[in-house]
Design a protein. Structure first.
Ligand code: 3IO
Length: 341
């Protein structure tokens, strides 16, 4: 035993006691230190998931693992998230596979108009189908958490109450949302979420299609005054670690991370569906007079009809690439029904 260390430790504890202050958390140095990057601000729901995960990992390993989080793109941005993790810039990275459907082709199936009604349902389906199919697109990575947002809505500067209002409108979506907006007749632009506020301000876009909490979490209600009450498609999120880094973790830590992976879809979906979105809608209505635009029944039916061919087209395209697209989509439909509340 190191006598000197023990004595100085004792003095430190006594000193802290005498001064009436507790030792800082970091005094008990963690054995394992991990960095975790995310591309959007700390107040957003994916970042809350990151914080919750980091807290739970520390707690359930009794402080053996310390995770330092980097929200807001301070370590890696939306477009370099997965390459950054592969290169070791961050140990863990939370990105959106839906931003790059070419790189994550099978996962893009989750962002088809399959009729998810909320984030909890879609998140559980995404995680289940990923475990079952183990898509090749995650090779080299260990997936530690997955979830989605709620199906996206069109939020715009001017009201969209029919196809004519939408025709040619410059709207932003995630990569997987671009064909949806195209099918509905808009002029879509694929763009990561953090670029949206400035793009609205400068007139590059007249709105966006995504989950409604962005009205508050990105302050978009200031300029986007209308939401069309037509749920479209979700966006997938996946937090990953480099596989080789994962392999080196001790078994007890791996066990806790695997346990957390099972919890994160429902935890995140529940927060997003039952707190985040509702609070944002109430805030936007009260402080910014947000208007919810309803589609007439016949108009809604026509929109549904425009999106109908997308599933078959996706299966055809992905099957051509040798992917098990038909089986994946069939299973996704089953999981959608299974997780429907
Ligand atoms: C999203 C991404 C980062 C932070 C908050 C967010 N809310 C919804 C999304 C999904 C998204 O980026 C998209 O493209 O619809």
């Amino acid at each position: 035993m190191n006598r000197r260390k023990t004595i100085s430790g004792l003095i430190a504890v006594l000193g802290a006691g005498l001064l009436g202050v507790g030792l800082p958390q970091t005094a008990a140095a963690a054995e394992i230190n991990l960095t975790y990057a995310f591309f959007a601000p700390a107040r957003t729901f994916p970042a809350r998931q990151m914080t919750h995960w980091a807290e739970q990992l520390a707690k359930r390993t009794n402080g053996k693992v310390d995770v330092k989080t980097f929200p807001g793109g301070t370590l890696l941005g939306a477009k370099d998230m997965y390459d950054g993790v592969a290169k070791g810039v961050a140990d863990i990275g939370l990105g959106s596979p839906s931003y790059d459907p070419g790189r994550f082709p099978l996962t893009s199936g989750v962002a088809l108009p399959v009729g998810f009604t909320n984030a909890t349902q879609a998140s559980r389906a995404l995680w289940a189908v990923t475990k079952e199919f183990k898509p090749k697109e995650y090779e080299g990575f260990k997936v530690i958490a997955m979830f989605t947002n709620e199906p996206g809505y069109i939020m715009s500067k001017t009201a969209v109450k029919n196809a004519a209002d939408l025709a040619g409108m410059k709207l932003r979506a995630a990569g997987t949302g671009v064909p949806v907006l195209k099918a509905l007749g808009a002029a879509p632009i694929g763009m990561p979420m953090p670029e949206v506020p400035q793009s609205v301000q400068t007139g590059v876009i007249n709105g966006a299609m995504t989950s409604r909490e962005v009205l508050q979490d990105f302050k978009l209600a200031e300029s986007l005054k209308f939401v069309t009450d037509y749920p479209t498609v979700v966006v997938a999120f996946a937090a990953v670690m480099d596989q080789k880094k994962w392999d080196k973790l001790p078994a007890d830590v791996k066990k806790v991370i695997d346990e957390l992976a099972e919890e994160m879809p429902a935890w995140t979906g529940n927060y997003h569906d039952n707190e985040n979105v509702g609070a944002a809608m109430a805030w936007a209505a009260k402080d910014y007079k947000l208007q919810v635009v309803t589609l007439a029944a016949d108009e809604r039916a026509r929109w549904d009809g425009k999106l109908k061919p997308m599933e078959d087209e996706w299966v055809k395209e992905m099957s051509g690439k040798g992917l098990p697209a038909a089986a994946y989509l069939k299973r996704l439909h089953e999981l959608r029904d299974q997780f429907k509340k």
